[in-house]
Ligand binder design. Structure first.
Ligand code: ZN
Ligand code: ZN
Length: 75
């Protein structure tokens, strides 16, 4: 899934597992993935190429649609 820069709406490029970079305004962002149910940070699990999520707080698997992506400015 591709994310847009919150500053200039340019498409962000992946610069690390949970890092994104905007080539347009040279900003770096940290990616936080949180649960849409409880708001806690959730873990990303990779199995057979499919991505799913695990929430420790809800104690259940989450689908992609329950994962909320938040970008935090990382200088
Ligand atoms: Zn930008
Ligand atoms: Zn949860």
């Amino acid at each position: 899934m591709e994310l847009q820069c919150p500053k200039c709406e340019h498409e962000l490029v992946r610069s690390g597992e949970l890092k994104r970079h905007c080539e347009s305004c040279k900003s770096d962002f940290k990616l936080h993935i949180t649960c849409s149910t409880c708001g806690d940070e959730i873990e990303r699990l990779k199995a057979c190429g499919a991505v799913s999520f695990w929430c420790n707080e809800c104690n259940e698997m989450k689908s992609k649609s329950s994962a909320v992506y938040t970008l935090q400015n990382d200088g």
